[in-house]
Design a protein around this ligand. Structure first.
Ligand code: PHE
Length: 354
């Protein structure tokens, strides 16, 4: 026995049809309301779905006759719902376009852009000039042997430069933090045969009080040229050219006699104070000059330490203080500014070193 009569089924389908015909589909104002409407007529618990399920209880010929009617009503409702949905979505888009207009004349946000540290910029500039002059890059470790940092550079055991006050010794191992880039001279000469022209930009460490012109971690660029017949005149010509490229063609330099165990003769080179032009200020300690590098003719003892014959080879070496140069070049009167990493300071400098 069928649980539902054909008549009854037809009456219920007709009720759905007329209920839908009388519905206010076109008055639904939101997509949410439309979804409720769709669930009511087409959802799993809707009368129409129920009727479609009940088809199986009807006689086969009734099923054949009535099935298509229910399907037709169903797809009619689906089409109507889809049409209303498209209308509502379009209305929504139109009102968004009308209300959320963009003001393309508003200033845009500036994305913060990373840049190189001023010390890197200055070190790169010095490296650029020196490599154009024919020097190649060399490197050495921050943790050095005492032989490379001292002995081979003619700094014997009890030399004051080895004083505990200046040198950081490692606690549980032999070795020191290099106090200058000069050990790289030794490393290069141990490995390569002259003629040699190398530079080494790098970090160095000294046990020093930090103040406006000193830091316990700072940077140097070491230079070394070894060949036959190299003289102090070659050193002067090289440094004068380098400093004029770096600071400008009108740069004045001063060579003072000095002493380094690994060079003989030795000199310290000053440039006219760029802050006061030479009249004397606090940056140059009232002298009108700023010391930026140490240099000299390679001491024969250094050649002997690396197995080169001092009768055959001669050379010059120099070590430039990068921070000193950067202060002069960038007009910075306190070295500590380079290490504090205050963005307001760092962001002032770009590749043009302006
Ligand atoms: N190494 C020396 C210093 O740190 C500088 C220097 C390098 C002097 C090479 C002479 C030759 O002060």
């Amino acid at each position: 026995m069928p649980e539902i009569s054909r008549k009854n089924w037809e009456a219920r389908l007709e009720a759905v049809r007329s209920d839908f015909a009388a519905s206010a589909l076109d008055c639904l104002a939101t997509l949410e309301d439309l979804e409720l409407f769709r669930v009511k007529y087409l959802g799993r618990k809707s009368e129409l779905t129920e009727l479609l399920k009940l088809l199986k209880d009807l006689a086969p010929e009734d099923k054949r006759a009535l099935g298509p009617q229910a399907q037709k009503l169903k797809s009619g409702i689906e089409t109507a719902v889809a049409r209303r949905q498209a209308e509502l979505e379009d209305e929504l888009l139109q009102s968004k376009l009308a209300n959320e207009s963009l003001d393309v004349t508003l200033p845009s946000y500036r994305e913060p852009r990373g840049r190189l540290h001023p010390l890197t910029l200055v070190m790169d500039e010095m490296t650029r000039i020196l490599t154009l002059m024919g020097f190649s890059l060399a490197q050495g470790p921050h943790v050095e042997t005492e032989r490379h940092n001292f002995e081979a550079l003619n700094i014997p055991k009890h030399h004051p430069a080895r004083d505990m006050l200046d040198t950081f010794y490692l606690k549980d191992a032999p070795g020191v933090l290099r106090t200058h880039t000069s050990p790289v001279q030794v490393r290069v000469m141990e490995k390569q045969k002259p003629p040699l022209r190398i530079i080494c930009p790098g970090r160095v460490f000294r046990h020093e009080e930090v103040d406006a012109s000193h830091s316990s971690v700072f940077h140097q660029i070491e230079g070394l040229a070894v060949d036959k017949g190299v003289s102090f005149a070659d050193l002067k010509g090289t440094l004068d050219f380098f400093l004029k490229e770096l600071f400008g063609s009108g740069t004045q330099t001063r060579y003072r006699p000095s002493y380094f165990p690994f060079t003989e003769p030795s000199t310290e080179v000053d440039v006219r104070c760029l802050f006061c032009g030479g009249s004397g200020c606090s940056a140059c300690k009232r002298s009108g000059w700023m010391e930026i590098l140490g240099a000299g003719v390679v001491n024969p003892n250094v050649f002997k330490a690396v197995g080169l014959d001092p009768a055959q080879w001669s050379g010059f070496a120099f070590g430039v203080g990068v921070e000193r140069v950067a202060m002069l070049r960038l007009g910075v009167s306190d070295m500590r500014l380079f290490y504090e990493n205050d963005q307001r300071f760092l962001s002032q400098f770009d590749e043009n070193l302006a």
